[in-house]
Structure formats: structure tokens, C-alpha cells
Design a protein around this ligand. Sequence first.
Ligand code: C2O
Ligand code: CU
Length: 459
Amino acid sequence: MITRREALKSALVGGAAVAGGLTGATNLWAVPKRHDLVAQNIEYQLMQGAPTTKNLFTFGDAMPPTLRVKQGQPFHSRLINKLDEPTTVHWHGMRLPNDMDGVAFLTQHYVYTGDHFDYRFTPHDAGTFWYHPHCNSLEQLSYGMTGLMVVEEAEDPGFDQDIPVNLRDFRLGGDGQFIKLFQARKSARAGTFGTLRTSNWQSAPQMDVTAGSLVRLRLCVTDVTRIYKLSLPEGTAAKVIAMDGNPVTPFAINKLALGPGQRADIALRIPDDEGQTINLTNFSSSAPWTVLSLRAIGPSLKRDLREIKPLPANPIPQPDLKDAEYIPLEFSAAAEKRPANPICGSLGFSFWAVNKRAWQGAERGPLDPVAVLKRDKSYVFEFINRTPQTHPIHIHGMTFQLLKSNKRKLQPWWTDTALVFPDERVQVAVRPDYVGDWLMHCHIIEHQESGMTAFMRVE
Ligand code: C2O
Ligand code: CU
């Protein structure tokens, strides 16, 4: 069945295509390319010699694809659900209309098995973003459904290669099959870690890159638990140029803390001599391990990092601090650690709370907002961590600016996910530009699904 709106649109498109063909003019009515995301089960060899044959969920037929779009151009993605359970897609870090945000119960209905849903929006901000379901999240994310989304700058900054890196673990037994995804006593602490560490679904992959070239490495932590601490060897010609999708004053990467949901774009100059390698190392575990390595091949391009154009700032609404309202948001352990009724994949426990309330289901209730905001008004949120764990606090649909902390000096970065360390208080500023109900939660998914979730209403 074709709706009136669709019929009208295709009529317009047909007409404009003819006109465009005749004049060669830009086709103003161009329909964006549709990016289909087929949610389904696959078999795949994540672990050498032990293919995962059950419960590996993805979009498509391998690792979820990295979607590439241009800043300011309309984007259309169709989620087609071939899983045996409902799902949705959330676009992490995007400022977009609330009904495109993909949170089951809060912003849209479940997309059931055999159904599809069209997501359409225009990305305002260039940078590294990602997508994942917001439904039965611990299982669906742990089982594989985490993909990257690259929004390209209108003007090319001048890299030779662009390498998106999906950083995550899988919780597999020695036979390559998933084991129980969480242990309750760990969920009540830092979370339950995976067993197989991967970059782009491979263990410590070696990537061949042209000698002397300039590479943009887009690191994105899509893991449900792990907070990385990333370093390159001392003396590597490399700088972090963006954090969480937004440009920053470039700085050297040295034990950079990157939590679930966070991204870092690194500009890197590959060595001149063929065969030379650069290892990216994680230092957050007891023994450091190689995340990936880049190996120089071919004759040197002799590029220079200074040839990269600085990334332009994203058009984020600027909060007015003089006029801002202060809103404290306190993250703590739940008062009573009693089992809750599991709804939509919640763990069945409430270990955590936001402003003393534990979210009862994964995606449902208490159905009143933790704060009611006005569109276009300025706010200062204070994230107050009353726990001995670090929490990556994520807010949907708005990009906020780090202001200050009681523990460390903060750079004025724009972000959607901020690490808040034990006993830390972090102030951030924001001016929301879309109305709707916006989820806020810790991005350690076990915390999210055992109470550390709330939502804000923007009117
Ligand atoms: Cu990465 Cu609620 O999202
Ligand atoms: Cu947390």
C-alpha cells in the first residue's frame, strides 16, 4: 500500500530526475540512498578454529557495516528485523527528532520479527558516531549488534586513508559459543567482561597502510563493559583530533581513557620504511595488550601531519552559562538490591539508581522524567558519582560541553558520553534543541539494565 505522502514524494522525484537529466543541475529532490540494516543471526569465526554458531546477532552478514554519510545530507536507513525477537536502532550521539531515536517504549514501538522501520534524519554534526539496538540491550549488544557511523565533513580534511575501528569484546567459551553474559555480583560493581578482545571482529588485526601516508583512525568503543586506556608508542607522529565525534584541540594519545560509547579520532602519520609497524596498546587490564597494528607498505607518500586541515567545529547550540539552570544528577547504588521484575531484557536486579530511583525495566518506567527542560534554554547538569566505579554517562539527542570537575582539569570538549570517575562531580552545559523524551544512562550496559537509567523531557 502506498501512502499519499509516498506517492507525492515519488511523483516529485520522478519529475526532478528528468529535469536534472536534461540540465545536469543538482537534483534537489534526490532521495537519499537507503542503507538497509537487516537484523539477523549469523555464524562467524570470531575465535580461531571455533566458529560461533549460536546467538551471534548482527546487521547484515558479517560485522555490522560502517555507515558513511555526509554532514547535512538526509539519511535514510531501513531496519529489517529477521531476528526471533523485537529490536530497534538507536543512533548514538546524533541530535535528531525524538521519534527517530530508537528507544523501545520511550520513543517508538518495538520492531517485531518480520517487520521493518524507516529511520530518516539529517546528521548535523560531522564525526564518528555509532548505532545499536535499544531493546534487550545487554543481549543484543553483547551478541554483536554494534556498528559505526561516519559522518563526513563537508570539506575533506585531506587524509589518505580512513580506518574505522569497532572496539569490543565477545563473551565466549573455549568452544566459540557465548557463555552467560553477566554475573550479578559483577554487575553490581564494574560489570562483567568479555573473554575475546576484538578490533573489527578480529583479534589484534594487522592492517597494511601506505608508508608515509596520513591515516585517520576512528576508534569507537562499542563494548558493553570495558573502559580502554589507549596508547601509541612514544614518538609516534599522531594526535587525537576529535573526541566523541567533535573536534578538539589536538593532543598526544597517552593512556587515553575511552569508555563504552566513546570515540576518539586519531590523525596518524605512517612511518616511511616498508614493514615498520605501529601498535595501539590497551593499558586498562593487568597486562597491556595490542589492540591493532598498522604496518607500512610500499614507497613512502612523504606526507606531513601539518597538511591536514583543522576539523571545523560542529554547529552545536551554545549554552549561555549566565542564564543556565542547575540540575544535579546523582548516580548511586540502589537503596535496596532486590530482584526486580525483568522487562525487556533488564537484568532482573536493581543495583543502581539515578537521583535515588532505580529504573525498573530496561526501557520502561518509572515513566516520569528525572528533569523537565525547555528547548533552547541553557542548563548546567552536575553528574555526581557516589560509587567506587567509573560510569560513562550518556544522554540521548543532545551534545553537552564539559565544564569542570572536582578531581581533574577538564578540556571544554563537546560530547554525548562523559566518563565520571569514582566520587567525581562533573559539570556540563547544554542547550537542548529537540523536544521529546531523551534517555540518559550509564553505558556499561549491566548498569543501564539494573537501574542506572532515567530520561529527560524537553518541551
Ligand atoms: Cu549508545 Cu542509550 O545509547
Ligand atoms: Cu555505570
